[in-house]
Write a protein that binds this ligand. Structure first.
Ligand code: DQQ
Length: 588
């Protein structure tokens, strides 16, 4: 690391030639954008006038994308469908675009799998999920929008099951299979996004669908003997007052005991011979806040009721989330090929709609993450799938280094705008930590109040990514360690976008979460996947995740820098730092 031992890391600004120079480089970059000068460096993905297109995150060549739908592995091929507008860079005209892959990283487009064609979906083919029927048929349940603009649930199966690419899908003649009626009193504009169904020991299928009654969010439960005739159960699987519409629910079992293996959604079904120690996870995407919340709890298969251990959904924004940044409408699937559960999620833009239209596209998906129950049983853990490491090329590894108070250390030798970085901080002396004010209960508010430029004692320390040379722009991903009122450490993880771009029209909100880790007893780790306009950060080996979208004007086209920093009054030790340039994935 090229170390700059500065009194304050903001002093770096003055090492460059001040405001005039910054103005000049701003205009310079803009003219390069208009001229369409392409990226410096062979592996960087930025192409003509498109500095924000990603190099290894999933996105189609153009137009709007949102939720991923129906992910599965079939005959060794991974399938991803996603909500896509064939006509432009804003939401609308939604079809299920389809891509396949053998590694969940490189993708081949397969056209449109499901698109409006029948009365039961003529006004839209919205989100849904795949279930494997007992004979191995992948069956898709999805929401269709009918001519009255009501939300109904439909079934589609492959036209040719021997085609591993599953290009053509046939809709069931009885569609819609679930619909709002005057009798069932389902709200026709709040009834969508069927999950993967699961089969009980009684050989009956169950599925849940997102809904609400007034402000009570709920997972409406339907059952079926044959996957075609569905009956609404007399109670929802779960509901919570005051949460509003639940979109894209997901419900799946996880192993207790810290095992990383995944489980099939029907694991409690007829095929299970022995009793496994499992818990269940219910995730819902809260339409009001656009956040994905989950609870861990007990599912009673005899009465079909899910009871969360702690009803975090009732807390709304203080409840547990997969990702504390920009992240929504996620879904998991069981990958029997590698015996793991994979989580995929949609990341919307933080730019204006005008900017989206101008660049011709909007939305990316995260790197697929493996997901499992932490050994504490209290939370989930996520980690980028191992396949992404195949994209690592040129790398640097730094030995243990002290990060002195107020220091910034440049990490050179990698393509900083398309990189994978892992840093780990040595054990900390907590007697030096600031006291946590008892009113600081909201981590996002605390990260907003105490951004990277606010000096603390133990922290802020972490990474400055997509930074410009003189640090007029950077996205800071960092930790602060406090002493809680009970004397126990409280670790705050933040992603501070306030300086990410000189364009002030973007949403540059800070994100944050508390991390359940004791940095006096173990190293504090941070891994960040940087890809032009997306920054995905994993704290404490995946216990907390924050994803941000950023649009630098200077740190683009080969001009981005990567730094480690410490803006606390106490030194911290970077016990390990490894960084790799990332190759471009093949995403057609
Ligand atoms: N997006 C879909 C809906 C879902 C929402 C429509 C969540 O099915 O509720 O594109 O982003």
């Amino acid at each position: 690391m090229a170390s700059l031992n500065l009194f304050s890391f903001f002093a770096l600004l003055f090492l460059c030639h001040g405001a005039l120079h910054l103005q000049a480089s701003h205009h310079h970059v803009y003219s390069r954008l208009q001229d369409g000068v392409s990226a410096v460096g062979s592996s960087s993905s930025s192409s003509k006038g498109q500095p924000y297109r990603t190099g290894y995150h999933f996105q189609p060549p153009k137009n709007w994308i949102n939720d991923l739908s129906g992910p599965m592995i079939y005959k060794g091929i991974y399938h991803l469908f996603y909500q896509y507008n064939p006509k432009g860079a804003v939401w609308g005209n939604i079809v299920w675009a389809h891509s396949t892959s053998t590694d969940l990283i490189n993708w081949t487009p397969q056209g449109y799998g499901i698109y409006p064609s029948h009365p039961s979906d003529i006004n839209g083919t919205w989100s849904g999920s795949t279930t494997f029927l007992q004979d191995g048929t992948p069956a898709i349940l999805y929401t269709g929008i009918n001519p009255k603009n009501q939300q109904v649930q439909n079934l589609a199966v492959p036209k040719n099951r021997s085609d591993p690419y599953l290009k053509d899908w046939v809709k069931n003649l009885k569609n819609p299979l679930m619909a709002p009626t005057p009798q069932n009193r389902i709200n026709a504009s709040s009834f969508r996004d069927p999950t993967t169904a699961w089969m009980g020991r009684d050989k009956i299928w169950r599925v849940i669908i997102g809904s609400k009654v007034d402000r009570k969010g709920m997972a409406v439960l339907y059952t079926s003997k044959d996957f075609v005739n569905w009956v609404r159960a007399d109670h929802p699987l779960h509901s919570t007052d005051g949460t509003g519409m639940w979109e894209c629910p997901d419900f799946f079992p996880v192993l207790v005991g810290g095992y990383k293996n995944g489980l099939d959604t029907s694991k409690l079904g007829p095929k299970v011979k022995h009793v496994l120690k499992v818990k269940h996870v219910l995730k819902v995407s809260l339409d009001d806040t656009k956040h994905d919340h989950y609870t861990i709890g007990k599912y009673d298969p005899f009465v079909d009721v899910y009871t969360p251990d702690h009803d975090g959904l009732a807390d709304q924004d203080l409840g547990m989330r997969y990702d504390y940044g920009k992240y929504y409408a996620s879904k998991t699937f069981f990958d029997w090929g590698k015996n793991r559960r994979i989580l995929l999620g949609w990341v919307n833009e933080s730019s204006t709609e005008d900017d989206d239209v101008a660049k011709g596209w909007a939305g990316v998906h995260t790197i697929p993450r493996k997901i499992w129950l932490d050994k504490s049983g209290k939370q989930l853990v996520q980690w980028p799938i191992e396949e992404v490491e195949k994209l690592r090329e040129k790398g640097v590894k730094k030995p243990c280094q002290e990060l002195k108070p107020g220091s910034v250390h440049e990490v050179t030798g990698v393509t900083a705008e398309q990189a994978d970085v892992e840093i780990s901080f040595g054990k900390l002396d907590l007697s030096k930590a600031e006291k946590l004010d008892p009113s600081w209960t909201d981590p996002q508010a605390l990260c907003t109040r105490k951004g990277a430029s606010v000096r603390g004692a133990l922290g802020p320390f972490g990474l400055l990514v997509l930074g410009s040379k003189c640090m007029q722009e950077y996205t800071a991903v960092f930790f602060r360690v406090f002493q809680g009122h009970d004397g126990k450490p409280v670790v705050l993880m933040c992603s501070d976008q306030s300086k990410s771009s000189r364009n002030d029209e973007n949403d540059k909100a800070s994100y944050g979460t508390f991390v359940d880790v004791n940095p006096a007893l173990e190293n504090l780790s941070l891994r960040t996947l940087i890809d032009h306009s997306i920054v995905e950060s994993f704290g404490a080996h995946g216990k907390s995740v924050i994803t941000a979208r950023v649009y630098p004007l200077l740190a683009i086209d080969g001009a981005a820098h990567l730094y480690a920093f410490n803006n606390g009054t106490q030194s911290v030790k970077a016990s390990r730092l490894s960084a790799w340039s990332m190759k471009k994935a093949r995403i057609g």
